[in-house]
Design a protein around this ligand. Structure first.
Ligand code: GRG
Length: 310
């Protein structure tokens, strides 16, 4: 990961290493009293995708938000790892033939290409449930752990990420982009992404704030920060599908256009999409004002997330 500013880059690399180390521990046979009972092929399939690299943006958002609110890394690490488990499950399921049917993810063959469809579905299921086991068991204070479970479940579930994925499939099946006016198509696209990617990214921020016991006023501002960053991230993702390099991304590019999908560059053009993403990041950074310098790393990560090349 290359992020401008030497200290920030060192900090992020070391936080990411901690997340990677903890994730490996959570899927090891000794992680829980009952963990040795996991069938070895299932564990292998879970670890294959979970430990395949990835930028770890969601865990970094959890940890940096918590730090910005005065929290400790150790307290936020279970939630940071849990959200990465949920994200990895969504990628495994999204890559399945019944969904996006992809054969490359994080620079490797997708989970179902290696372990078969049934095991890929089960590895996704197991990562999703393990996420909640980890938050409930290892987040300090039972009331905070419970609030984090609700937050993560609502962001990823039937009215969150899963709903967004359903809306995306329905829009694709209906060929909505051709039938609607540009304004209507744009608000439909926003409604899809607000849930499909936005809710989980917002949850990364609110989880960090919850663990650090942020005040309700700060929580509100951070939630708005997360919403802006979530949408800007999706616009950047759409742009990378047009302008990105498959080798750097570790997945195919040009897929959205070949499937006739609605995207920001498709509806607004490349330059206006970039401007929209930049404006969202400006709005996001304004939300961090009460944090003063303590919000600087979080602001830098948000900027990186939209200006990344992978
Ligand atoms: C299967 C319920 C279910 C949901 C899937 C998020 C999602 C919904 C599918 C992923 C499809 C996709 C490529 C969405 C675009 C935004 C996105 C989540 C990109 C990948 O996230 P990164 O860039 O990936 O953070 P890494 O590999 O770095 O973690």
């Amino acid at each position: 990961m290359s992020i401008p500013g030497n200290t920030l880059e060192t900090d992020l690399v070391s936080l990411r290493d901690r997340v990677n180390q903890q994730l490996a521990e959570y899927v090891s046979p000794g992680a829980f009293t009952s963990a040795a009972d996991c069938p070895s092929r299932l564990r292998e399939s879970m670890a294959y995708s979970l430990l395949a690299g990835g930028k770890r943006l969601r865990p970094l958002l959890v940890l940096l938000t918590s730090e910005a609110c005065g929290g400790r890394v150790e307290a936020a690490l279970p939630a940071a790892c849990a959200i990465e488990m949920v994200h990895t499950y969504s990628l495994i399921h999204d890559d399945l033939p019944a969904m996006d049917d992809d054969d490359l993810r994080r620079g490797r063959p997708t989970n179902h290409k290696v372990y078969g469809e049934a095991m890929a579905i089960l590895a996704g299921d197991a990562l999703l449930t393990l996420a909640f086991e980890v938050v409930a068991q290892f987040t300090p204070r039972p009331d905070v752990a419970a609030a984090c479970c609700v937050d993560l479940a609502s962001a990823s579930g039937w009215c969150g990420m899963v709903a967004g994925q359903v809306a995306d499939l329905e829009a694709e099946a209906a060929g909505v982009s051709e039938k609607n006016s540009p304004d209507k198509a744009l608000s439909q696209l926003e409604a899809i992404h607000r849930r499909k990617t936005g809710r989980l990214l917002t949850s990364a921020v609110t989880l960090g704030a919850r663990v650090a016991l942020a005040t309700p006023e700060l929580m509100k501002r951070l939630e708005q920060f997360g919403k802006c960053v979530g949408l800007a991230f999706q616009i950047a993702d759409d742009l990378l599908d047009v302008t990105g390099d498959a080798a750097k991304l570790g997945k195919k590019v040009g897929k959205d256009a070949s499937l006739g999908k609605m995207t920001y560059p498709g509806l607004l053009g490349v330059e206006a999409s970039r401007q929209k993403a930049d404006a969202l990041i400006d709005e996001a950074c304004q939300m961090l004002q009460p944090l003063g310098e303590q919000g600087d790393k979080l602001a830098a990560l948000a900027k990186f997330m939209t200006r990344r090349d992978h």
